[in-house]
Design a protein around this ligand. Structure first.
Ligand code: ZN
Length: 85
């Protein structure tokens, strides 16, 4: 009955299989963090810049949402002006 063992090996990684997490300094709050971080764009537009989970959730995502909304507003205004012509 090797099926169960094969299944475990294939789908459940043991902790030893995980590579050690890299470390980075959050470019927004300058905390030292484990892991890969998040792309802080559009708040920081630098190659290799990373931000932590907290800053991503509290700063970067709202900034992106605001950017998307502004862009949509711009598009809507633009299309209505075109329609008025
Ligand atoms: Zn941070």
């Amino acid at each position: 009955m090797g099926t169960e063992k094969w299944f475990e090996k294939k789908f459940f990684k043991t902790p030893q299989d995980e590579p050690p997490l890299p470390q980075f300094e959050c470019c927004l709050c300058t905390d030292d963090c484990d892991g890969y971080g998040h792309n802080p764009y559009p708040l920081v537009d630098e190659e290799g810049a990373r931000c932590c989970d907290d800053c991503n959730a509290e700063e970067v995502i709202p900034a992106r949402l605001t950017g998307v909304m502004s862009f949509n507003e711009f598009l809507n205004r633009d299309s209505s002006e075109v329609a008025a012509l």
